[in-house]
Design a protein around this ligand. Sequence first.
Ligand code: ATP
Ligand code: MG
Length: 179
Amino acid sequence: MTEIKRRGLIIIHTGEGKGKTTAAMGIALRAAGHKFKILMMQFIKGTWHYGELDAVKQLYPNFEIVPLGKGFITLGDKMPDPKDIQIVEQGWNYCKERIISGKYDIIILDEINYVIYYKLLPLEKVLNVLKKKPESLHLILTGRSAHPKIIEIADLVTEMKEIKHPFNKGVKAQKGIEF
Ligand code: ATP
Ligand code: MG
């Protein structure tokens, strides 16, 4: 079978329902089977120790996860904390360098939509890099409230829609499902 020339896609997983980050990791798992080189950068990390951090060690160096955040960033109606902005900015500079490097087949920018929405990272900076990404690189951006301008330039956009979530009836986060 002749290989079709790769066309790197900009993929967005957004919406209020569960599955944005795990669907991105599902793609990564599939691609790791093709020996693709995958990097996932996490802008926000929760309070749990996530199973995937250990699981991907078995796939190293094909699949690597780099946490960039410092934990739960304090958000809300308040102005973003300058310290958080600095952490995100440093993280973004690292991402930018990795994206441009041409060394990866897939890069996942986990929760980047969220940090853009909360103005911890300027939209224009992200758009500029997305527009000049290597042609063959697939880029996946996850997080709620994806910006319409990013949706506009994306090739594949999926919105997770919540029908039910166990959290709403008081069920705590489950090992292997949530972390
Ligand atoms: P996952 O990492 O499980 O794919 P996600 O990336 O879609 O979830 P996030 O917005 O990153 O979801 O939220 C992270 C955590 O919040 C997950 O553990 C998830 O189960 C939980 N969560 C997601 N959606 C909801 C919801 N509608 N109500 C309560 N908790 C939720
Ligand atoms: Mg997520």
